[in-house]
Every structure is written in structure tokens, then in C-alpha cells.
Design a protein around this ligand. Structure first.
Ligand SMILES: Nc1ncnc2c1ncn2[C@@H]1O[C@H](COP(=O)(O)OP(=O)(O)O)[C@@H](O)[C@H]1O
Ligand SMILES: [Mg+2]
Length: 400
């Protein structure tokens, strides 16, 4: 039996005006929302609150005291869960503002003092016509496929640590999915129990809904979740091809980043993940085999362009120089830039894995390299001297 959907949705409101507070309280009561809280305040308080705690499904937020409502709401959307429905309340009645709010993915704008009928209608349609929210929601989490060109290049280790940095240092909500249900090592590296039910979800996608997916997650902390499994080796998983699409769809409404550990075997599921990802982090080594398999994964990903990107990472650089190709030659043959190079480190990765921990808030070169990848995923450009890739890497080595 699939778990039943909860009848009541979670709801919060941040309002400045006591009259508006009363109207919202009545309207929420009228449509049977009991799991809600209405607080005095506005957009600033909402941002502050949801930087630390989970957002409700629906939010009413006052922007009347904000000088820059659009940029404040963008910040709120940054910290909020991607699927949240928002009604903004303000004193300005202007079409330009309204249009900008809609573009941002705000569900509705209501002018203060609020008329209860107008608010009631907006709330109802936001809550009961969920599809409308999906239509207006410009924000869903990014799908990041982390693919190792070869087994052992360090893709799972890198994924676990990027997820830890994203959630720990950058306050993003992250879910990491290990698609190798038999030999996956993600939960081992994070010292976690595997999730029960992931296999069932992949075999019977018709049973899956938002609540089902949320129950599958194991949490590292309140912003970092994991979906993994440890299936008996003598039992094959009978994946339904559309299952992963359904699961990822739910996960992307829950978290800012869905990082997927793509297994080293090829099946419909891994194809789907690679060809539908927004970003593929392609982890490889500077060897001939690493070059060949990186090239094949780039082909599978297809073309880069708006909203789709490949980030090539050479890991363990310097581990065995006799087998490493010159990086300029590597790039030329691959016909793709090497975006990041992570040096071989004989101490930290081993220690982390043995202790089941990740690198967060540490000031070591490995952490710096990982942070640069996170910045790259965010689209932050670095000053010339610390730019990733070959140039930056060698410049850093010289500085040491
Ligand atoms: N930069 C690095 N330097 C040294 N060892 C590394 C580095 N990155 C990863 N490793 C080690 O490589 C091994 C394989 O990593 P893993 O992430 O399981 O590979 P994959 O998932 O690509 O098969 C692990 O023991 C890990 O400690
Ligand atoms: Mg792995």
C-alpha cells in the first residue's frame, strides 16, 4: 500500500499588519489548514527563518517593508525548498511589480489591506490546484549526474564531499542518490544505513508519490539526504524505465541539488540520468583509459547548452605520473576543457572514508578544490589567478 497523502498542508505566513494577520488566520481556518503558523514580520524574517529550518509547502509573505522586493524574494527562493508555493502581500499596486513577481515564480500577489475573499481564493487555488504551482514554479532543484569514467577514479568520494559542502557550508538542501543498488558505496562513505524501499520504488513506480519518496530518505543532517540500497547480490533489480524519472522529479521539488551517483554499468536508468541531467560532473583520471571513457560519457550526455553542462574533473592527479597523459593533449583529444584538477592526496580521502566523514569547513587543498567545483556549479566566476582547470592548478602549485 502506498502511504496516504497527508490531508493537511503545512503553511506559514509572515505579515506586518495586524488586520492582515486576522484575515489570513480566518482564511486558513476556512479551508481547514491547521498545520500552520502566522508570525508578525515580513520577507526579511522569512529569509532568516528558512535559512535554518524547513519551508512549509505554502507561504504567505509580506514584502511591503522591502526596498527591493524582487531581490529579497529571489533570496527567499534560494533558501526555500524548490517546490514551495508563495503568495506575496504588499502595499504597492503596480503592474510592473506584479509581472516581475510572476516571472519569479510567485503564485499570486495580494494587495494589503487584504480582502478576505481575494486571499481565500488565492490560497484555495494554490493549495487545491497544485498543477498551477508547477506551471508557475520556475525553480526546481538541479539534477547533477556524477559519473566516473572508470571504477575507482573517486566519483563517489567527490560526490559525498560536494554534497557535504553544499549542505554544510552553502546551506543548500541536497539529496544524494546512489544508483548502484548492489555495490553502491555512498552510504558506506557517509556511515549511514541504506534506505528501505528504494528498490520497490524503482520496480513499482506507480506506487510512488511525494510522501513515499520522502520516507525513503536517510538523513545525514537536516539539509543532506541520501537514497541508497544494499540489495542481495543474487537478486537482480527489475527496474521500470520510467521509475527514475518519477523519483527524480519528486526529489527535485524537495531539494536544491539532486546529486546522482551513476553506476559504472550501463542500463536504461543510467542513460536516462545522464541524458536528462542539468550538469554532468565527469570524474576521470589522466590516463589513456580515463580519456577514452570520458569521451564516451561526453557523447552519451549529448550537447551542452542553455541549462546543460559538463564539468570535467581530473582526480588523483599525480598519483602515477608514468601513466598520465599531458593535460594539454588530454584536452585536445577529449575536445573538452578540463575544468578542475584534484591532486592525489594519500592521507585525507582514506581517513575520511575510514571514519565515515566528509570534509566541511576544513582549510586543506582538497577542500579548496572541491569548493571551486561547487562555485562552478553555482555559476560563480573566479578571479583569473584562482581559476580552475590546468592554468589555475599549476599556478596554485607554484604558489605553494
Ligand atoms: N584525490 C584523491 N586522492 C587520493 N585518493 C583518492 C582521491 N579521491 C578519491 N580517492 C580514493 O579513491 C578510492 C576510490 O574512490 P571512489 O569514490 O569509491 O571511486 P569511484 O566511485 O569512482 O569508483 C577511495 O579509496 C578514495 O579514498
Ligand atoms: Mg562509486
Amino acid at each position: 500500500m502506498p502511504p496516504a497523502k497527508p490531508e493537511i498542508s503545512t503553511f506559514s505566513a509572515f505579515l506586518e499588519d495586524p488586520g492582515d494577520i486576522e484575515v489570513v488566520r480566518e482564511a486558513a481556518k476556512a479551508i481547514n489548514i491547521s498545520q500552520g503558523e502566522i508570525l508578525k514580520g515580513g520577507i526579511k524574517e522569512a529569509i532568516e527563518t528558512f535559512s535554518h529550518k524547513r519551508t512549509p509547502q505554502y507561504l504567505v509573505v509580506d514584502i511591503s517593508k522591502s526596498d527591493l522586493p524582487i531581490s529579497d524574494l529571489s533570496r527567499l527562493l534560494e533558501v526555500a525548498e524548490p517546490g514551495v508555493g508563495i503568495i506575496a502581500v504588499g502595499t504597492r499596486n503596480d503592474v510592473g511589480l506584479y509581472r516581475d513577481l510572476m516571472k519569479l515564480g510567485i503564485f499570486e500577489y495580494v494587495v494589503s489591506p487584504i480582502f478576505s475573499e481575494i486571499l481565500g481564493r488565492a490560497l484555495k487555488s494554490m493549495i487545491f490546484e497544485e498543477d498551477k504551482i508547477k506551471g508557475t514554479q520556475s525553480k526546481v532543484g538541479k539534477l547533477v549526474a556524477v559519473a566516473g569514467a572508470r571504477g575507482g577514479v573517486g566519483s563517489t568520494f567527490i560526490l559525498a564531499n560536494l554534497a557535504a559542502i553544499l549542505s554544510g557550508e552553502r546551506a543548500r538542501r541536497v539529496v544524494a542518490v546512489d544508483l548502484d543498488l548492489h555495490f553502491g558505496t555512498l552510504s558506506l562513505y557517509l556511515n549511514l544505513k541504506t534506505s528501505l524501499g528504494f528498490r520497490e520504488a524503482l520496480e513499482n513506480p506507480e506506487r510512488v508519490d511525494q510522501v513515499f519518496v520522502e520516507r525513503l530518505l536517510t538523513s545525514v543532517n537536516d539539509r543532506f539526504f541520501v537514497l541508497s540500497s544494499e540489495e542481495p547480490l543474487d537478486e537482480a533489480v527489475k527496474y521500470k524505465t520510467n521509475s527514475i524519472e518519477i523519483i527524480l522529479n519528486y526529489l527535485s521539488k524537495l531539494c536544491h541539488y539532486v546529486l546522482i551517483d551513476v553506476p559504472h554499468f550501463s542500463n536504461n536508468i543510467s542513460h536516462h540520468v545522464i541524458s536528462s541531467a542539468n550538469v554532468m560532473l565527469l570524474v576521470t583520471e589522466a590516463s589513456l583509459a580515463g580519456l577514452r571513457d570520458a569521451g564516451r560519457l561526453i557523447q552519451l550526455f549529448g550537447s551542452e547548452g542553455t541549462g546543460r553542462r559538463i564539468i570535467v574533473i581530473i582526480n588523483k592527479y599525480g598519483e602515477s605520473p608514468q601513466n598520465e597523459i599531458r593535460l594539454e593533449d588530454f584536452e585536445e583529444s577529449l575536445k573538452h576543457k578540463i575544468d578542475h584538477i584534484i591532486a592525489y592526496d594519500s592521507v585525507i580521502p582514506k581517513a575520511c572514508i575510514n571514519q565515515g566523514r566528509t570534509i566541511v569547513d576544513e582549510d586543506v587543498p582538497l577542500a579548496k578544490s572541491l569548493r571551486e567545483i561547487v562555485d562552478d556549479m553555482f555559476g560563480i566566476r573566479k578571479p583569473e589567478e584562482v581559476v580552475g582547470g590546468i592554468g589555475g592548478f599549476f599556478k596554485r602549485l607554484k604558489l605553494k
